[in-house]
Design a protein around this ligand. Structure first.
Ligand code: BGC
Length: 252
């Protein structure tokens, strides 16, 4: 069985698993540790080593994909919304490769989730433009055109009150973490999601929306409350999509 390892570094948790590449499913347990407070590069590297150790793959030669919640361009992280500012302009891929003593494939977390859904999930065989939005600590996005990823779209940083990107990114108001932090009802939160998805729909005229992140295991609570012209479905891989997509890209 062709396999690869995926690590998904998020604002809240760092998750890893071994992926069956043919079926796009986990062939191991999913291992998780909390993201270290402040999420500095050194602390995140230590946590990644820990999850790989726990998974028993620290010395493995299987391809390894690492997904990270920032803009990733040529191995460099260019933003840091829910992690330490030390990642801005940082040679992150080279840093992990040195620290882990092996090659990796490094990718934005939502892009990894998008690839998982396109290859093995809710957007399989989808034509035209699919927009995957992951609703978690922040909002991540992936654009797939006829299954091909257009990376680093960052829709979570659309502005919702017209001021600076840092203060007014729509993810602060609409991510799943906002619902938890502000103790919103499903109806209140869905009204915010409606603003987000209706705006994105108007801007890009997609053919399909896929909603990922942990909250996609309760699609019945919020998807029926949205009023859009574009079909909108829950991700198949939910919280494992980042792991599966990163592993899948590493094996390409
Ligand atoms: C980051 C994105 C990331 C998303 C989900 C946002 O704050 O800017 O790069 O994909 O959170 O983790």
């Amino acid at each position: 069985m062709a396999q690869a390892i995926g690590v998904d570094i998020g604002g809240t948790g760092i998750k890893a698993g071994i992926v069956d590449l043919e079926h796009g499913t986990l062939s191991s347990d999913r291992v998780r540790v909390p993201t270290p407070k402040g999420a500095s590069p050194d602390d995140v590297l230590t946590a990644v080593k820990e999850v790989l150790d726990t998974l028993g793959v620290a010395e493995s030669t299987l391809p390894l994909g690492v997904a990270f919640p920032a803009i990733v361009k040529y191995g460099k992280t260019l933003s840091a919304a829910n992690v330490s500012p030390d990642w801005i302009g940082f040679e992150a891929e080279a840093f992990f490769e040195k620290g882990l003593g092996r090659e990796i494939h490094f990718v934005n977390d939502a892009d990894a989730a998008g690839v998982a859904e396109a290859r093995h999930g809710a957007a399989r065989d989808a034509r035209g433009l699919t927009i995957v939005a992951t609703l978690g600590t922040g909002i991540g996005s992936a654009f797939l055109y006829n299954g091909v990823l257009v990376p680093n779209t960052e829709l979570g940083h659309l502005l919702y009150d017209g001021t600076s990107v840092e203060d007014a990114s729509i993810e602060k108001w609409t991510a799943y973490s906002a619902m938890e932090r502000e103790q919103l009802s499903w109806e209140e939160w869905s009204a915010r999601l409606q603003v987000f998805f209706a705006h994105v729909e108007f801007l890009f005229s997609p053919d399909l929306f896929v909603v990922g992140g942990g909250v996609s295991k309760h699609p019945e609570k919020f998807l029926p409350l949205l009023d859009l012209n574009t079909p909108i479905v829950a991700a198949v891989h939910r919280n494992s999509a980042g792991i599966i997509g990163a592993a899948s890209l590493a094996a390409d």
